[in-house]
Design a protein around this ligand. Structure first.
Ligand SMILES: *Cc1c(COP(=O)(O)O)cnc(C)c1O
Length: 379
């Protein structure tokens, strides 16, 4: 079955009680049992909820996995994955990643005796240097946030398999429509469904998708035991969002190309980070592992002035100044003071997150209107 069909139909059956075509929001905490232990497969909503299960099945299908698990946020999904580990274990992580993930690894799980190595993965061979017999997990985010670096998933998977290490890919930026890490050899895919999957900036939710049954069972145990699940209303919103994922992402890609090209030609703009450019350092890898380049991009100003960047951020009218990404509406953000403020200045400048770096989440409005807005804001 092709993507658009799976996005709309996978995991979704007409409601058995009424025939409702839309999955009902099963707003219930518990389920009546005929006799102790005799029931219809549902006992308690932390463990099983029909709305959440429909979404979990749908996500498993669109990521070409076998099992999906949903959580109250992307961070709760990542939290569940790290709980597969024990004190003394080591993780190798890309050094250009979502600030909240960096914060959770360094400020929470480092205190539990798990060691994280943050390294550049633009050449995946760098990973090998950090592998030892305690290494249990490689954590990749591609394209990275906010610099749109591309990491070779197949290459990372080969290294992980050779050393019997799990590979997890945060696939939030690419979405399952543009990239399927499980097909490229990853063991786990993580999503902030808050972004493109939900797609309308109206819900916070996270997901993990895997192929392997043993791994799924270990994750289900943690999901049910620690309880970071999402509610039925939020599950419904993401299930609904996914029905138009392919249509929206196509438009994000088209608008993204138009805007990246415009920015590149503007006299005040320094660098433009967008994997669709042929001179992007890992453009060939992007082309081989993604079916499009998306609407996420970042750019710097030639002046690299914090004040000038601030002026652009306050002058746009269609691009709203806000955290988050992946909604139908265009957003503009300043990583150094917003999403990546938790990363010390010295660390972030090493990876290219300079004071004037501006990140765009290009929405699906008319591209010409968006270009006019940026033109007047850049002055
Ligand atoms: C937003 C985001 C997260 C965290 O997800 P939440 O739903 O906000 O908890 C993780 N990774 C990436 C790449 C993100 O953009």
């Amino acid at each position: 079955m092709k993507f658009g069909t799976k996005a709309i139909h996978a995991g979704v059956e007409p409601d058995s009680a009424t025939g409702a075509i839309m999955t009902p929001i099963y707003q219930t905490s518990t389920y009546v049992q005929e006799k102790p232990g005799v029931h219809k497969g549902y006992e308690y909503s932390r463990t099983q909820n029909p709305t959440r299960i429909a979404l979990e099945k749908n996500l498993a299908a669109i990521e070409n996995g076998n099992y999906g698990l949903c959580f109250g946020s992307g961070m709760a999904a990542s939290d569940c994955i790290i709980k597969l580990l024990s004190p003394g274990d080591e993780v190798i992580v890309t050094n250009d990643l979502y600030g909240g993930t960096y914060r959770m690894f360094t400020k929470v799980f480092a205190n539990y005796g798990i060691k994280f190595h943050f390294i550049s993965m633009e050449d995946v061979n760098n990973i090998k240097e950090y592998i030892n017999d305690k290494t249990k997990l490689i954590w990749v985010e591609t394209p990275t946030n906010p610099l749109l670096n591309i990491i070779d998933i197949k290459g990372a998977a080969r290294i992980a398999k050779d050393h019997n290490i799990l590979l997890c890919v945060d696939n939030t930026f690419a979405t399952p429509y543009l990239q399927n890490p499980l097909d490229l050899g990853a063991d786990l895919v993580m999503h902030s469904a808050t972004k493109f999957l939900g797609g309308h900036s109206d819900v916070v939710l996270g997901a993990v998708i895997v192929k392997d049954k043993d791994l799924a069972d270990r994750l289900y145990f943690i999901q049910n035991t620690c309880g970071g699940v999402c509610g039925p209303q939020d599950s419904f919103l993401v299930l609904r969002g996914i029905k138009t994922l392919h249509v929206r992402v196509k438009q994000h890609c088209e608008n993204g190309k138009a805007i990246a090209t415009f920015l590149r030609g503007h006299e005040k703009v320094g660098k433009v980070y967008w994997p669709g450019f042929e001179d992007h350092p890992n453009h060939d890898i992007a082309k081989s592992q993604m079916s499009g380049f998306g609407g996420m991009m970042s750019f710097t100003l030639k002046s690299d002035s914090w004040d000038e960047a601030n002026a652009v951020l306050s002058n746009t009218k269609l691009f709203s100044l806000a955290e988050s990404l992946g909604g139908v509406e265009s957003l503009i953000g300043h990583p150094a003071s917003m999403t990546h403020a938790a990363i010390p200045k010295e660390e972030r400048e090493k990876t290219g997150i300079v004071d004037s770096l501006i990140r765009l989440s290009v929405g699906i409005e008319d591209a010409n209107d968006l270009i006019e807005d940026l033109k007047q804001a850049l002055g």
